[in-house]
Design a binder for this molecule. Structure first.
Ligand SMILES: [Zn+2]
Ligand SMILES: [Zn+2]
Length: 292
């Protein structure tokens, strides 16, 4: 069978998966790979959270359960590389990281990232932590332990601050990544802004930079398992993206092997209905397009 047919006879890749090395997911990397094979995916992207230890001004963040530690990075990469060879005939395994953007901290990030960058197929750029001027300090807005902070600032300020931080991430010349993860994550607990127009304008500004700089957007089905009960981003935003010709791929944000390819079939139907007929595939930081 030609390689192209091999891909077409399977479900498209799941590019956003975690494992027990990040201390808040269950299962080994191999458990996720096996789950992806059982679900007949053509590709699994292993993308655990890049370490946090070197970051400054995150005193309130319980980093021990946010990410892999620096001394586990080599194990993570070696294990994934071994699995890539072991399961070569059954599934394509791609190696990546989900990396949090912290403004003005790209230099220390790159000191660690540059050592392993040549091993990576792709990088997800994410924001899970925000810091408000005159606030109590950096906090995890999608972490249930920080719900008090979320309520204190209110959805309008959270969404605006979040999209402005995304714009900084997209414009940073030192933050190197390929894919924007869970674009409207502040809706996770079903909070929505009152000033929809203002928030939407900031989201559109971010989409414009994504388009201009050639980034890929993740359609993250993890949101369907959360209180908001919809994928990130919303269908409304996906329609804007389609009109702007922004390329997409799928991620389940699996933190349990059973989450792999979560509602991919219905999500692909939605994407097709909107007009998308291709998904992006990464290999060694280069993009390819696959028909759906
Ligand atoms: Zn996680
Ligand atoms: Zn994430």
């Amino acid at each position: 069978m030609a390689l192209e047919d091999w891909y077409q006879n399977k479900l498209p890749g799941d590019w956003h998966t975690h494992n027990q090395l990040c201390h808040h997911a269950v299962g080994t990397i191999e458990d996720y790979v096996k789950s992806a094979i059982e679900r007949n995916l053509n590709t699994i992207g292993v993308s655990d959270h890049f370490p946090f230890e070197f970051l400054k001004n995150i005193d309130r963040i319980p980093i021990q359960d946010y990410a892999i530690t620096l001394n586990e990075v080599d194990t993570y990469l070696a294990t994934t590389e071994n699995l890539r060879k072991k399961y070569m005939d059954k599934i394509k395994i791609r190696i990546g990281f989900e990396i949090d953007f912290f403004k003005n901290q790209e230099y220390s990030l790159n000191q660690h990232l540059n050592k392993v960058k040549n091993k990576l197929d792709y990088i997800l750029g994410s924001i899970h932590v925000l810091n408000f001027k005159n606030g109590k300090g950096a906090w995890g807005f999608d972490d249930s332990r920080f719900r008090k902070d979320y309520k204190h600032y209110g959805a309008d300020r959270v969404f605006i601050n979040y999209y402005k931080t995304i714009q900084k991430m997209l414009s940073s010349t030192d933050f190197d990544f390929d894919i924007v993860s869970h674009f409207d994550l502040p809706k996770k607990f079903n909070d929505f802004p009152l000033d929809e127009e203002n928030v939407n304008n900031e989201a559109i500004k971010a989409l414009e930079i994504i388009k201009k700089k050639g980034f890929v957007m993740e359609i993250n089905t993890g949101g369907l398992r959360k209180k908001c009960k919809e994928q990130y981003p919303s269908e409304k935003i996906i329609r804007e993206m389609y009109d702007m010709d922004i390329p997409v791929l799928l991620g389940s944000d699996a933190h349990d092997p059973r989450d792999i390819a979560w509602q991919f079939k219905t999500t692909i139907e939605m994407l097709k209905e909107i007009g998308y007929n291709q998904l992006v595939h990464f290999n060694k930081r280069s993009k390819f397009y696959m028909e759906i």
